[in-house]
Design a protein around this ligand. Structure first.
Ligand SMILES: [Cu+2]
Length: 232
């Protein structure tokens, strides 16, 4: 048992686990992280109830000394027990489903809303994924490779497409994943709320050098962004 615990900590340490998903730095990422905590909470609730009952039953029905434990007669029907174990999972799924569906619609309408021009203040960045790098094109035509620079506190809408195979655009601190498809445009939007450098990557196995398909997302002040944008 001790070895198993040690093994777990060594693996967790060596994996360089950074928990970026649980360290949100944008409005979109906040929503997603809340959902993770909610589902984790429900899971822990179920886990604790099951384990407490498990241990309680083990104690209650254990064999004591030499006295043999009599197997009780089968329970044929128990209306209230059956209602309980039907309703409780339904209730838990409802608690999880309602905010999940709401968040999904909110995040989708955020993007499709700006397509109709109702969110005129969002900045647009065109993203092209290709084996094995990322190209970002800004509104003034400036291009950058594997380096995404964004102003803080500014809604950004990404329009993504691929030059070859299917990729997936992912900055764990800032947003969920979005598929990047050849011959089709997908969209994603978020508003970074803190300056800093965040690791981005391709989250869809796309070939031999897929692991090299990383990029840096630098969230900087509005002024720093303007001067970067004007720089050749
Ligand atoms: Cu890729």
């Amino acid at each position: 048992m001790k070895k198993l615990v040690l093994f777990f900590f060594v693996i967790a340490f060596l994996s360089g686990c950074q928990m970026r998903v649980l360290n949100p730095k944008s409005d979109t990422a906040d929503t997603l992280t809340d959902l993770i905590y909610l589902s984790f909470g429900i899971m822990m609730l179920v886990l604790i109830v099951v384990f407490v009952l498990f241990v309680a039953f083990l104690r209650k029905f254990r064999e004591r000394g030499k006295a043999k434990f009599d197997i009780p007669p089968d329970e044929k029907e128990n209306k209230w027990l059956e209602i309980t174990w039907t309703l409780v999972p339904l209730l838990l799924i409802a608690i999880l489903a309602v905010p999940t569906v709401k968040a999904t619609y909110d995040l989708t309408s955020k993007v499709s809303g700006s397509a109709e021009g109702s969110q005129g203040d969002a900045m647009t960045v065109e993203v092209v994924g290709q084996q094995f790098n990322w190209k970002f094109t800004y509104e003034n035509g400036k291009e950058s490779y594997d380096e995404l620079v964004l102003p803080v506190d500014q809604e950004v809408e990404f329009r993504l497409t691929s030059n070859d195979v299917i990729h997936s655009f992912w900055v764990p601190n800032l947003s969920g994943k979005i598929d990047v498809l050849p011959g089709e445009e997908t969209r994603l939007s978020f508003e970074p709320r803190e300056e800093g450098t965040f690791q981005g990557k391709c989250a869809e196995f796309c070939g031999a050098e897929h692991t090299l398909m990383r990029f840096e997302t630098k969230v900087v002040s509005q002024e720093a962004f303007e001067s970067w944008l004007e720089k050749e």
